[in-house]
Design a binder for this molecule. Sequence first.
Ligand SMILES: [Zn+2]
Length: 280
Amino acid sequence: MGPKAPDTLKQFLGQRVVVDDARPCGVCEWCRQGQRRYCKAPRYGHIVEEPTTHNFGGYADAITLDRQSVLVPISPELPIELATFIVPVGSGAEWLLLDCNLQPGESVAVLGTSRMGLASCVVALHQRAREVVLYGHPGGVDAIRAAKALGVTVRGEPAERAAGDLYDVVVVVTETPASYAARAVEMAAARGRVVMASTSMEPSGLIPEFIRRKGLTLKGGRGASEVALTQAASIVSAQREALNGKIGERYSLEQAEIQIKSLLQSGIARGTHMVISGRS
Ligand SMILES: [Zn+2]
């Protein structure tokens, strides 16, 4: 770290940190309003096709940090597959805790058998939700296996016009199929909260009257704030024993290619959380 490095970086010198993949530009309308996670600047891991310094790293041995980088300190002992899981758990914390104010004893449905779906389940379990149910495509085998091991109920595809199974908080973490957005509104209980973290541009069949009739609150789920990432670091550390061996596969660089190719089998995404590490 150079002598001109900003204090926002110097304060973490020598510490183990998570770097948020968002790298806010600092000058756009969102950034100036303090809403940095909505910034559209390229993220760590995005590859910008310009012969400039606009590639900050990601999938690399080193990354460029500056005043705009968001760093969160984490426990030095946390295994790497749990440390990297802090980022999706950060989004789960943003949506369930900060956006929806999930209370202990409430019920939660998560639509999407992906890494993000699993992370949302972990936040709900940590918050002592009465019931946590994961819905979605059976192809997300890794997320389903881990969720079951953690005590989450898995119910397959959500049914149209949910009969009986109504939830205080419903989170949609996938855009396929688009109809999940409509199902989520149907599955919400009276005064329930629904988080749309789907990027779908397709009509979903969502019926506005159900929002009015049940007095629902709809929230847009997009990434995690620094506060949520900090909460996520605490949640993953607190849940370390429960998560150990259930979340995250770890492979060497030599195994990387075959493992990455295995993520999509016959058009079905496995929904895994995978770490490729140079260290064995
Ligand atoms: Zn910006």
